[in-house]
Each structure stands twice: as C-alpha cells, then as structure tokens.
Design a protein around this ligand. Sequence first.
Ligand SMILES: [Zn+2]
Length: 241
Amino acid sequence: MTSLSPAEQLLQDLGITEPDEIDVEVIAWSVGAWVRYRPLPQGDARIVGIGDRAIITVDDRASRVRQRFSVAHELGHWHHHHGQRLLCHDASGNAQADTCEREADRYAADLLMPRSMLAPSMAEAPMSIALMDGIARLFQVSILAAALRLADIHAGRFALIVDEPDGHRWFRRSAALPKGWHLRLDAPMDEQGGKPGSQPKQWSAPACRHFRGRNLSGIRLRCETAHAASGRRLTLITAPV
Ligand SMILES: [Zn+2]
C-alpha cells in the first residue's frame, strides 16, 4: 500500500472522507492559516506567515475553482516551505523556485483530489473528456487540474496536449503509455475546432500520426478535445489497452 502524501494525511487526520467535505478555508484554519479574499494586483494568491500563523490572500475576482486551487497551493507552500520566502514564482525559469511551485501544485492536487476518493470516482471508467469533466465537477476543480491529476493516477494509455492561448503547446503522458512512443507535438489538429461551450468533439486517428516509435502500425487512437478556462484547449489522445 502506498503511503499517504502530507495533504492526504492531513485530510485523514481531519476525518474528511468525501469530496464535498474538502472545505479549503476550514482545512487552512486547522493548520493555522486564515483565508481572506481581496482584489490582488498580481497573481492569484499569496501567503504571509509569522511563526505558526499565516494569512492567505486570494484574488476575489478569480473563479471559485481557481480560488480553491490557489488556497490549496498556498497551503502546499505553508507545509513544504515554512520559514522560506513564500512568494509564488510564475514560470520564473529559476530551478529552485520551479521546484517549490511544483511541490505546492502537487500538494494542492493531493488535497483537492486525494487518491482514496478519486479511485472510487474513476470506477475503472476509461479515460475521456467526460471523465475529466465529471471529476472536475465532483471535486470542484478546473477541468485542467482534473486532467493533470488523472494523467498521474489513471491506468489508461493516453497523452494530454494543452494548447495555450499564446500558441505554446505542452503535454503530459500517462504512466501506462509505452515509453518508446514519442509524441509528435507538431501533429496537425485541425479537425477539432469545437467552439467554447459546445460538446467535446471526438475523432479517430492512426497512432503514427501523433506518435513516433515502434509497434504503432494498425493502432487507432481515440482523440477528443475540449475548451478549458483561460482560453486553453485540451486534447486527449487515448490508445486502446
Ligand atoms: Zn506558489
């Protein structure tokens, strides 16, 4: 049995066992942090700590799912980086700062979507946009946060491609995707073009179109796309098991 992460341990200590019990303000209070909502000129949230007390300030104009993730992220800093400079670093390129941000994001994902609650919610459902959407609603997180969490945990063979509004494209692979399959990030994805608010669009494509590697012939991928917050587009490419 895998050991609990710090965030999952905290949920267990607090007796929280259901997704709708994950109240980030109450959890913050339990570790000495008070959450307040204000307009912030920069960033989504910040934390200021003195001794064993902290104040987390969250931008009151952000969406609720974003606010929840921000509180959980700042609690990650509070847990991991206590006593250090607790400023969030956005894509700073500084390796140490990036490591801190990843640790805080990991803590947030563990706190908002703990494995013990996620496993029954997945219920062996195949990876799909619908599953991402269902997890996002159940755990009150963004569809991107749900997708990234599923990429860590789900047993399916898939890759998640994220197109940022500025044209930058990045991806995340599931652990089960064959190591020798290398994603073609420059593959054309013209046919999806769904409009915001529309149903996710689906299509099928030969594996060699999206991957380079061996044993790709004859394999068809299931592709789906959906729009996420902040103008992002998510494309899910799933290989049969
Ligand atoms: Zn941060």
